[in-house]
Design a protein around this ligand. Structure first.
Ligand code: IMP
Length: 211
């Protein structure tokens, strides 16, 4: 990460053809994933600097993505990209939703709690949602998208890949849980994959106009 300029913002070197964009996350896995989705674009992704604490107090995925992107962009003086995602279960009136990460203290307990809540329930319909926001300094929203992936909550865990609720989320029409899919297949059908696909043409255009 580069030096701070007089406004306290970050100066970060990049090749002329690449636009710097800070990923509003400290999670290395997420940054790697973003790199994967955006690899065809002239972007250089940087991790969020240490010490930024963001309160995600939005009521929707898109509000939370916006809060994260705006704060990180304002604090770094660079464009920032943020996502917010989660699992919404119909029989639980959309829970865990924006509280998906906080539903229990670890993935195993989150999965157990959800299976227990749906114990005697025949309606297993659910969907994952992913909202992505790109912001620029001075509170500018540049782009926002949101996409869903529909599925069913399985009766028990299946598969070894992925993370979070992947072992109990069976994608409609595939008969497979996210955890039974190869990462390439998950990237195509998942909420996040679809959201990045929606984002790509507008982001390409934006980058062209910001050279
Ligand atoms: P966040 O978007 O990083 O705040 O993640 C929210 C939470 O939703 C994660 O901690 C997971 O529990 C869950 N989640 C989001 N996307 C996925 C996914 O693709 N598979 C499984 N769980 C997910």
């Amino acid at each position: 990460m580069g030096k701070k300029n007089r406004r306290g913002n970050m100066n970060m070197a990049s090749s002329d053809s690449q636009k710097l964009i800070v990923v509003a996350s400290m999670n290395k896995g997420k940054i790697d994933e973003f790199n994967h989705y955006l690899e065809s674009l002239p972007l250089k992704l940087l991790p969020q600097p240490e010490g930024i604490v963001i309160t995600e107090n939005g009521k929707t995925f898109s509000e939370n993505a916006r809060i994260k992107a705006l704060q990180v962009s304002n604090l770094t003086g660079q464009w920032a990209i943020a996502d917010d995602s989660g699992l919404c279960v119909d029989a639980l009136k959309g829970a865990p939703g924006i509280f998906s990460a906080r539903y229990a203290s670890n993935d195993k307990d989150r999965v157990s709690r959800l299976l227990k809540e749906l114990d005697s329930c025949s309606n297993r319909s659910a969907y994952f949602s992913s909202a992505i926001c790109i912001a620029a300094p001075e509170n500018k929203i540049l782009l926002e998208v949101e996409a869903q992936c529909k599925g069913l909550i399985s009766q028990s865990s299946r598969g070894k890949n992925g993370f979070g609720y992947d072992p109990i989320f069976e994608v409609i029409g595939t008969g497979l849980t996210f955890a039974e899919m190869e990462s390439k297949q998950k990237r195509i059908v998942s909420h996040r994959g679809k959201a990045f696909k929606l984002l790509e043409p507008s982001l390409k255009e934006l980058l062209k106009n910001n050279k």
